[in-house]
Design a protein around this ligand. Structure first.
Ligand SMILES: [Zn+2]
Length: 113
């Protein structure tokens, strides 16, 4: 299935939707209002129509939060080599509504983690 930013510049392809999405209340996730579907890097194909994504990195520098520089949507994050886990998290709010509606949401208390 394909997950895209609003303007279609960033296209994320995965075989199957995630079993659940994580809704995290940490300082960055709550601002992005993202619903994360977690994958290993080889499970996600990332393509660009017009230009590459830009990203924000902060704090312990373990995660890059990628967004489309054209429409502003936060589409995914990837862990850096500083992080022990290799993860690509896809913002499932970019998925079709009917796909998102069928996925259960797990609240993550990242603010107090
Ligand atoms: Zn876009």
């Amino acid at each position: 299935m394909e997950i895209t930013c609003h303007c279609g510049n960033i296209k994320l392809s995965v075989e199957n939707p995630p079993a659940e999405v994580g809704k995290c209340n940490c300082s960055i996730c709550r601002r992005y209002a993202a619903l994360w579907g977690y994958y290993s890097p080889e499970e996600v194909n990332i393509a660009y129509e017009k230009e590459k994504s830009v990203f924000y990195i902060w704090g312990d520098r373990e995660v890059e939060f990628h967004r489309c520089n054209l429409c502003g949507c936060v589409t995914h994050y990837v862990t850096t080599p500083k992080c022990p886990d290799k993860v690509v998290a896809v913002n499932m709010n970019m998925a079709p509504l009917e796909v998102l509606a069928a996925i259960s949401v797990r609240e993550i208390d990242g603010a107090n983690y």
